[in-house]
Design a binder for this molecule. Sequence first.
Ligand code: XMP
Length: 326
Amino acid sequence: DWNMPDYVEEAVARIREQVGSDDVILGLSGGVDSSVAAALIHKAIGDQLTCVFVDHGLLRLNEAEQVMKIFGEHLGVNVIHVDATEAFMSKLAGETDPEKKRKIIGKEFVEVFQDEASKRKSARWLAQGTIYPDVIESAGAKTGKAVAIKSHHNVGGLPETLNLQLLEPLRELFKDEVRELGIALGLPHHMVYRHPFPGPGLGVRILGEVKKEYADLLRKADAIFIEELRNTVDEASGKSWYDLTSQAFAVFLPVKSVGVMGDGRTYDYVVALRAVQTSDFMTADWAQLPYPLLGRVSSRIINEVRGINRVVYDVSSKPPATIEWE
Ligand code: XMP
């Protein structure tokens, strides 16, 4: 049986024993796993931990501020916020191929992280939020997206170049245990129970070439969609549509269509809404969101996001479609 307070004590003791008085660095993404790992390690060794938060400019609205607020101000964790937006945008300029975009983002991510890490000469350990399913996944699959997915945020290749030992305190835990642990460590519910977000971020949700202008439009549209999902409660279950879906987001289509606004004609971009229900993300059904909810999201996006004049809903399941559009 699993007893949370005991588990926290044991895990803290194990980390202290493992690292002693050494310094540790951790790549914080704002996702559940790296966040819980950071909170746990911080509880164990306090200021011996430094988190590096690489901001690739492809995060959601206010995400960087939220991460800095929760970890920096609220939990008192040392966090270095590296705003690498310009570097990522210039590397991505002109690239339209989805896999090449992923590779560029992954490579740049490792470089930026490595740069920061090498400045911290005292660090002896690299902490990662690897959880049990990741361990199984990378032991099994040798090709395909499963490995590519993990190669990004679990910064593969870093330990050798930086000469750091790996610290992976969540290696034995399943996702729901990681979430429980996060709550026990004082992380906010909305952070611990948030939908997964891919490492390449909005880079795979802006079809084709990534531009800052597109990312800014997409961030606004996505925030409206998520806000409405959180605020709309399904009467039958008493749950919000955010909690009733496994993943939901907006996708930017670099396609212009004609609209009217006032007495003028508009010629603006299209946003697609995607919401799925799934237990394992290997297969997924498109979510049957209530029409009134879709209607509100659509009119808010079109009214509030200048540059978007059309919203469509993705009714494709996986397979044959994937959850992300790239
Ligand atoms: P797909 O689109 O393949 O996505 O149905 C399945 C799940 O994986 C996430 N995903 C990624 N996560 N890096 C990540 O960290 C990636 O490159 C990546 N591609 C897809 C996706 O958000 C979904 O949860």
